[in-house]
Write a protein that binds this ligand. Structure first.
Ligand code: ADP
Ligand code: MG
Length: 291
């Protein structure tokens, strides 16, 4: 690659809102065979909404939601914000919480009116020894609809399952198809539930899904995909800055965090995947011109 053609390519990319922070990323991208994409906030809007609330037989919905929302009120996770919004929409006031703990990749815990409340993925319940029982089927059917099922327990007893929906960004389907058209294999990486992830992947024509990955497991998941060939990773930096740094080409989307921008080789001004298509396109054309 001549320095001049790299400069021209980098300049053209910048005009399209694709910032190459390192010159060799332009060349590296052209050699990329597989692109791993974070689901939440990258493929999807990242602003989930509560769509279902099912309590165990006989439990009062508002009282249960009040306890759950009280704990989630202290979490910054987008799922927590969705649950708090749902409670507020029902006119529920979030009570006092003590001993709040956030268990990254699992969920949250807190004391509400002297009771221990847990909210999170099925693996949180498994970890804390809470039997999900009859709500497991309800949760599974939520997952099959592409919802994220979240479980809540009060004093060690299962209390509710909540369905949360995070819609696919309008521009995502076309961007995935375009990347696949350029001969790149697309994979999804997420901390979300397996069946939820699979439903969303199927809607997008993505055949490689790595789900229920803990934040610290994302880098290890990438090394599997790395066996296919040169690897790019696209994320927003929430839980995935190490993955951005570990990939051959780390691509941060524009709505991402400062940490993401710091860790990335390429930064997209737009908050969606269409910038990734432009980045690939420019890198392929730049490299073709030199030969
Ligand atoms: P990702 O960003 O890929 O969705 P996270 O590691 O942030 O992954 O979360 C993984 C899973 O952990 C979520 O899908 C959810 O089930 C659970 N979780 C994490 N934080 C919370 C929270 N505050 N409330 C409820 N569930 C949570
Ligand atoms: Mg994320």
């Amino acid at each position: 690659a001549t320095p001049t053609s790299i400069m021209v390519g980098t300049g053209r990319a910048a005009e399209m809102g694709v910032l190459f922070r390192k010159g060799d990323a332009l060349q590296m991208l052209q050699e990329t065979r597989v692109i791993a994409v974070d689901k939440t906030g990258t493929l999807t809007a990242g602003r989930p909404e509560v769509t279902e609330l099912i309590t165990t037989d006989g439990a009062d919905e508002d009282a249960t939601l009040a306890a759950i929302a009280a704990v989630e009120n202290l979490s910054e996770h987008p799922i927590a914000e969705a649950i708090v919004r749902a409670a507020v929409a029902r006119g529920i006031e979030c009570g006092e919480v003590t001993d709040f703990t956030s268990i990254t990749g699992f969920g949250v815990r807190g004391q509400v009116s002297g009771q221990t409340v847990l909210v999170g993925a099925d693996r949180l319940m498994a970890r804390e020894g809470v039997e999900i029982g009859a709500l497991a089927d309800t949760g599974a059917s939520l997952g099959q609809k592409g919802r994220t099922p979240l479980y809540a327990s009060i004093d060690g007893k299962i209390a509710a399952v909540i369905g949360v929906s995070d819609p696919i960004k309008r521009t995502t389907p076309q961007a995935i198809a375009a990347l696949q058209g350029l001969g790149v294999r697309v994979a999804m990486i997420t901390g979300d539930n397996k069946s939820t992830a699979q439903v969303i992947a199927a809607e997008l024509g993505i055949d490689t899904v790595i789900a229920e990955v803990l934040p610290e497991g994302k880098v290890a998941a990438l090394s599997e995909l790395r066996k296919i060939g040169k690897l790019a990773f696209v994320g927003d930096g929430i839980n995935d800055a190490p993955a951005l740094a570990a990939a051959d080409v780390g691509i941060a989307i524009g709505t991402g965090t400062d940490v993401a921008i710091e860790a990335a080789d390429v930064v997209l001004m737009s908050g969606d995947l269409s910038g990734v298509v432009n980045a690939f396109d420019i890198s392929q054309r730049t490299m073709r011109n030199i030969r």
